[in-house]
Design a protein around this ligand. Structure first.
Ligand SMILES: [Zn+2]
Length: 352
């Protein structure tokens, strides 16, 4: 999240909490439930340069949120149950469904024991190339390149550009700038090409991130054996789907489902779009997911789930448990729907 937007969001959260306004807004904005997004759950690192920190929370914080949810009236349910409630229009209480993207090993190591302890069902959306050890976690490669170098060379539009990144402030600025460029490139091929070149030039082994951080098929199958666990699809190569052709989108969704079925013996019914914001997945992707028969597909558009999402089950919003907001009171406000309601300027559906 960019600086200004982030600060506004944070201020909005604080304001809502201290005013108690979220209690007033709850009946209006709480919807029928919420789907939570997590990436990493792991002990904190000390490094000051952690541009991807918003993608992780600590096990301690995660357990506090889960304990609080267990004590609340919210019903912790699987994505199959979300689908059932939405299609049967049966809402016996407000639901919360916990989801993890990408298939990191820390999901197994740190999050799973907590979810097991409180008997909470959850979904892991697996990018199959990560489990196959050939995926490119390019945002982490970029972080490593910037962290390990004081000067970075990058070819932009055919000419070499150099960036100084000696201290943490410069590193943050350079990371943000290059990240923004990458996201603005027209095609996924250009994005991958630029990152590969950057990684090669600065001797960062991109393939190593999969082996270091992601579950292999053996670990995934251990997890999948637990009835609490749903394995969902998250494409093969984790591309920004809006940057690839329609044919490629279909192949990414369909092939990931087949690979998971071959490896784990179960065909995923649920999908998460990589990156998942409006610039990464839109109506074209929502249509393809529905067409391919996925029961549900989740975005990272912030929001709680309303009855009206029953007609948009492949465009569901989620609420991110964000590493930059690790205080229990933030989670409380977020889950009330008040914060994301403000974020969406009180529009309930964001499906266009
Ligand atoms: Zn992902």
């Amino acid at each position: 999240m960019e600086g200004v937007k982030y600060r506004l969001f944070r201020t909005a959260l604080e304001t809502l909490y201290f005013s108690g306004a979220h209690h007033l807004l709850r009946p209006l904005l709480g919807g029928v439930g919420a789907i939570l997004t997590l990436h990493h759950v792991r002990p904190p690192r000390r490094d000051r340069f952690q541009p991807n920190r918003l993608l992780e929370v600590t096990p301690k914080y995660f357990e506090r949120v889960i304990r609080r949810l267990r004590r609340s009236r919210a019903q912790l349910v699987s994505m199959d149950e979300v689908y059932r409630r939405m299609t049967e229009r049966d809402f016996p209480g407000r639901f919360v469904s916990i989801t993890f993207d990408d298939g990191y090993r820390d999901t197994l190591e740190f999050a799973y024991p907590i979810l097991k302890k409180y008997e909470v069902p959850f979904t892991v959306y697996v990018a199959t190339s990560f489990a196959d050890r050939v995926g490119e976690l390019w945002w982490l490669a970029l972080e490593a390149v910037v962290a390990q170098n004081e000067m970075i060379g990058l070819r932009v539009e055919g000419r070499d550009r150099w960036f100084e990144c000696r201290d943490v402030h410069e590193k943050r600025a350079v990371f943000d700038q290059i990240y923004r460029w990458l996201r603005e490139l027209k095609t996924e091929d250009e994005l991958r090409h630029m990152v590969r070149e950057l990684a090669t030039r600065h001797r960062v082994d991109m393939a190593a991130f999969c082996a270091d951080l992601c579950m292999n098929w053996q670990e995934l199958s251990a997890l999948a054996a637990d009835p609490l666990v749903t394995i969902g699809a998250h494409t093969v190569n984790h591309p920004i789907l809006s940057k690839v052709s329609e044919k490629a989108v279909r192949a990414e969704l369909d092939n990931s489902r087949s690979v998971i079925e071959a490896a784990l013996g179960m065909r995923p019914q649920h999908l998460a779009y990589p990156v998942g914001d409006p610039s990464a997945a839109g109506p074209r992707e929502f249509g393809i997911a529905a067409d391919l028969g996925f029961k549900t597909a989740v975005t990272t558009r912030p929001g709680v789930v309303f009855r009206r999402h029953a007609k948009h089950l492949t465009a569901l919003p989620r609420i991110s448990l964000n590493g930059n907001f690790q205080r229990p009171r933030y989670a409380k406000v977020l889950l009330s729907g008040a914060a994301t309601g403000m974020w969406n300027r009180f529009r309930r559906l964001s499906v266009a």
